[in-house]
Ligand binder design. Structure first.
Ligand code: ARG
Length: 588
């Protein structure tokens, strides 16, 4: 058993044939179906059709109704308002559809793959070497991870690229300092924690900076180091590698805390494109896409001007011959399109870099590197503190990502602990759940608002049991597991012959929309819409509990059918949360 046709699709098809049967000129017309409060679905497409056919819309609607067969799928159809159709799905069709999803042994709950999958190279989770990760890096990692999971679920081939900042002039100073103080990073890999690694780097950075600012000769030696580095001098590269390795220990520890898989071969930082930079510039200059201006190699744009009205170019090569961020990104495009065969390039990067990407994409397009390729920046907004200003510590420093995660886990653990007695959780389970709830809270807060919007980092709200939080969803899942455990002999079994209560129908119709939601969310890179779907699912489940006893239902069949409904709801919650990168503990 594999993918299941959704009720929406079935109704859509049914209506489309009724339209064709009514009037030949209506063939192919969109019935404009949507979920509705009045009935299960409302179709609004007849209005436009009537206008085109110069017919009375209510009369036309009545004609269409005459061609709709009620029975298996539709229990009722009627004309309403100026010429809408109100459609009610048969209870039997709802249960049978859900039963097919439940029976899907591929674990996909009947969700089909996307129509024409391709290859997406996604650039996300890109911290900088020898620097602390900040909340912006958190956003890129969390959103990127969810998008990877969503795309892979739809059947897309996904290549991950962590474009870390591991190149540039600041490394001259660092390398030179380590060169002159050779034992400062001596330790065996694996023997140092992420936190220690970061504090080593921080100490080195500060010491190097101090020397650089105070000592002219050190400055000169540092500048020479940059040249050696860019020329690929083996010894200089070996010292540089030490910084990269030390940073990776730190990065991996943060990603692990985030409960997120980042694989070493997918880390291809700015340095990875070093060999391509000269060629990239040559191609741009030869094709005339880039021109020399005051010694620098520049690309100009009609619509990009500074405050003084003068055009602001994208600088591909500086007048001193050095290459910057743009040259690296343009080379990465060539690699991703021509070597990795991407047909979609996706960049999960702060909205403050939008101008950069606009210019980079436009340049690549002019150079002919993006023919048949879609390049998109999934831009995200700023994380704000409670004061509505960019998130900083009281001392005005950027907040350390680990501290933030640790605090979220701490708060979550106390929330879990409060309820742990009732469920009988061991200390180890409390701690494990605390981690999943805490990290889930941070991820969910990030994923549940549209990415481009700024959001307030409010830990109290994030771990609240009420409202649109991951904890609420996690509890909804765990509550179902608890009912299934308490059910004893009674098992979840669908019974399509049973009439459904209003709350059951509402829950069932929403469950049916999971597949469509996931496909839409993946295609538009909008995880917040999946979060909204899941929150509504949990809310419908809460209403269902209020109105429909499960274990104490009037008949054994009804108990079985309700167990089946809640079990499918739990599986859908689990699957949906997993796509967001959030765990659902079994007992909470
Ligand atoms: N390392 C950069 C930063 O911390 C983000 C890199 C984004 N990706 C890219 N291809 N430019 O801001």
């Amino acid at each position: 058993m594999a993918s299941v046709t959704s009720l929406t699709d079935s109704v859509q098809q049914h209506l489309a044939s009724a339209l064709t049967a009514t009037r030949p000129e209506a063939a192919g017309a969109d019935p404009l179906l949507r979920r509705s409060d009045r009935a299960d679905y409302q179709a609004n497409g007849i209005l436009a059709l009537a206008k085109k056919a110069k017919a009375n819309p209510r009369e036309l609607a009545a004609e269409v109704v005459a061609h709709v067969t009620t029975g298996e799928l539709l229990a009722d159809v009627e004309v309403s308002g100026p010429g809408f159709l109100n459609l009610t799905i048969a209870d039997r069709a709802i249960t049978a559809n859900l039963a097919a999803r439940y029976a899907d042994d591929t674990g996909r709950l009947g969700v089909p793959h996307a129509g024409n999958p391709g290859t997406t190279v996604i650039d996300y989770a890109q911290p900088n070497v020898a620097k602390e990760m900040h909340v912006g890096h958190l956003r890129s990692a969390v959103i990127g991870d969810a998008v990877v999971r969503l795309l892979e679920f739809t059947g897309e081939t996904v290549v991950r690229r962590h474009h870390i900042g591991d190149w540039g002039t600041q490394f001259g100073m660092l390398i030179q300092y380590l060169e002159e103080h050779p034992h400062e990073l001596d330790h065996k890999a694996g023997q140092v924690s992420g936190e220690e690694a970061m504090s080593n780097l921080d100490r080195l950075y500060k010491a190097a900076r101090r020397l650089f600012d105070a000592d002219e000769e050190f400055k000169t030696r540092s500048r020479r180091r940059v040249v050696d580095l860019q020329a690929g001098d083996p010894h200089t590269l070996a010292v540089w590698q030490k910084f990269v390795d030390e940073s990776k220990i730190y990065f991996f520890s943060v990603f692990e805390k985030l409960d997120m898989e980042v694989r070493d071969p997918d880390i291809v930082g700015e340095s990875g494109y070093n060999d391509m930079l000269a060629e990239t510039c040559r191609l741009l200059e030869e094709s005339g896409v880039a021109v020399r201006s005051e010694g620098a190699l520049c690309v100009f744009f009609e619509d990009v001007k500074g405050p003084d009205g003068k055009p602001v170019p994208l600088i591909v090569q500086k007048s001193d011959g050095g290459y910057g961020y743009a040259a690296t990104d343009l080379s990465a495009i060539r690699d991703r399109v021509f070597a990795l065969k991407a047909d979609t390039l996706l960049y999960v990067v702060d909205a403050r870099q939008s101008l950069h990407f606009k210019m980079v994409f436009e340049t690549a397009r002019r150079a002919g590197w993006l023919d048949g390729v879609t390049a998109t920046q999934l831009a995200f907004g700023t994380v704000l503190g409670m004061d509505g200003k960019p998130f900083k510590t009281r001392e005005g420093e950027t907040v350390k990502l680990e501290d933030l995660l640790d605090e979220a886990v701490q708060r979550a653990t106390s929330v879990v602990r409060e309820k742990a007695g009732k469920v009988g959780l061991s200390e180890a389970e409390i701690e494990e759940n605390g981690r999943y709830v805490g990290v889930g809270a941070v991820k969910y807060a990030d994923l549940s608002t549209s990415a481009v919007r700024d959001y307030k980092f409010d830990l109290d709200q994030m771990v609240s049991l009420n409202g649109d939080t991951s904890v609420y969803l996690q509890y909804a899942y765990a509550r179902v597991q608890s009912i299934l455990r308490k059910a004893g002999e009674a098992r979840p079994v669908p019974h399509p012959e049973l009439e459904l209560a209003a709350a059951e129908r509402a829950l069932g119709l929403h469950l049916d929309q999971f597949g469509e939601t996931v496909l839409e969310v993946a295609a538009a890179y909008e995880p917040h819409k999946l979060a909204a779907y899941l929150y509504q699912l949990a809310s419908l489940l809460t209403t269902f509990y209020d109105q429909c006893p499960v274990l104490k239902a009037d008949t054994a069949e009804r108990t079985e059918n309700r167990l089946f409904l809640v079990d499918l709801t739990a599986r859908t919650l689990h699957q949906g949360m997993a796509l967001l990168g959030i765990r659902t503990p079994e007992r909470l």
